[in-house]
Design a protein around this ligand. Structure first.
Ligand SMILES: [Ca+2]
Length: 421
């Protein structure tokens, strides 16, 4: 595995779902329980003004002109609403199968297949120039921004400079990180790549189609459409090229390799560590779950069985490249799995213990309609499962006494909704 980034990955943007992520996501650990000063009253306080004035020389030392600094930071009101989001990252404790069902949804598979046709020429160029598989690109896009939906849907976005300013000022445990990213955002303005009002993204400052943190935009970004500036917004060319560049440079992505595959694992081998070839794994009885032969038997892979009694996976360098984008195993598995599903593969063969099948798009929409009709607002019935829907599910579960009230919008909750409230 390549060294994980010492700072949160570009994908540090969505509220994390973390019981099973915590082990891998040590880079995020500082975010779990920040000590936050009660804040609203301090938002435009002398303390904040004083902090801005101390930031000025640091920004100027990194190439931000006095004029740019003043223009962006003078009178800036920090976005203190980010603290609630920072504190609520562990709001839902999802099991791995729940996380996968939600992220590798019917809607994402269908949309991914449509987009594969729509932007086929761009995907072909990316494959040619960077060697990153088109389905991995599509899946990252789907996972990061619902195929650009958050780029055009203001409901999910906020200006990132006020958000980063609030974090840099008020989240003491990660202040150096947020401060660096705020300064990086100012450097982007300095370069003329964007105006502050156009720099909108997640509460943590990730922007555009593939959710770049400012550092990624600055250092990995590519002006792939050659219009003279690099941007994660607008048409996805620059986003895709910059992200492919990132996967190759920082993740060690290898052209032509698969991420890995689902496997059946003989008892006694399930905790076997080490990296060896598919052929060597085959020699000890590890076989593809779909019964097919390993297509490239000499590629090097390691074995993971994330849950006892559930499916096993052989994972290679390109799985680790996805981990470089977000160091959580569940995240990387969801990206690789969605990539396979968009490419036409069937669901995993082996079930997770206690798991349900993924609800269809029609079932998710029905669940959202029924919840909303019962007084639990899901923020629409579009089939997209976000925090609003999960909160509505949890409130419903609590009302009717479903335990655990985990917020997971699945088949059991739908069945209960059909019985009426
Ligand atoms: Ca461009």
């Amino acid at each position: 595995m390549p060294p994980l980034p010492s700072l949160p990955s570009p994908a540090l943007r969505q509220p994390a779902r973390r019981r099973f992520l915590q082990g891998a996501a040590s880079a995020l650990a500082g975010l779990a329980c920040p000590s936050i000063v009660p804040f609203v009253a301090m938002a435009q306080s002398p303390a904040f003004e004083s902090w801005v004035s101390k930031l000025r020389p640091k920004a100027e030392a990194r190439g931000v002109s006095e004029a740019t600094f003043t223009r962006v930071m003078h009178g800036l009101k920090p976005d203190t609403t980010v603290y609630e989001l920072l504190n609520n990252q562990d709001e839902f404790q999802e099991k791995l199968w729940q996380y996968l069902n939600r992220r590798v949804s019917d809607l994402r598979i269908t949309t991914g297949r449509e987009k594969a046709k729509e932007i086929a020429p761009l995907l072909a160029r990316i494959e040619h120039d960077y060697g990153v598989d088109r389905y991995i690109m599509l899946s990252l896009w789907g996972n990061e921004s619902s195929f650009g939906d958050v780029v055009v849907n203001s409901k999910y976005m906020r200006p990132i400079i006020p958000a980063l300013a609030a974090l840099a000022f008020g989240a003491p445990r990660r202040r150096p990180y947020w401060e660096q990213e705020l300064i990086n955002a100012l450097r982007i303005v300095e370069r003329g790549w964007a105006q502050p009002k156009d720099m909108i993204g997640s509460w943590a400052g990730a922007m555009g189609h593939t959710q770049w943190m400012p550092e990624v935009w600055l250092n990995m970004g590519v002006d792939y459409d050659k219009d003279g500036r690099t941007t994660p917004f607008g048409k996805p060319d620059d986003s895709f090229a910059g992200t492919a560049h990132y996967l190759v440079e920082r993740g060690g992505y290898r052209r032509g390799e698969a991420w890995g595959c689902e496997v059946k694992v003989p008892e006694g081998l399930k905790k076997r560590g080490g990296t060896r070839s598919y052929a060597k794994w085959h020699d000890v009885g590890v076989v593809r779950a779909d019964g097919k032969p390993f297509p490239r038997p000499n590629d090097q892979v390691s074995l993971r069985v994330p849950e006892p009694g559930g499916p096993g996976f052989l994972i290679g360098q390109n799985f680790k490249a996805v981990l470089s984008y977000n160091p959580a195993f569940a995240y990387a598995l969801s990206v690789c799995y969605l990539a396979d599903r968009i490419a036409g593969a069937p669901p995993f063969v082996q079930p997770f213990p206690g798991g349900e099948r993924t609800p269809t798009l029609a079932e998710v929409q029905e669940l959202q309609r029924r919840l909303t009709a019962a007084g639990f607002d899901t923020g629409g019935a579009d089939g997209r499962v976000g925090r609003d829907t999960m909160r509505a599910v949890r409130a419903f579960q609590q009302k009717v006494g479903i335990d655990p009230a985990d917020g997971y919008p699945g088949l059991k909750v739908l069945a209960r909704l059909r019985q009426g409230t």
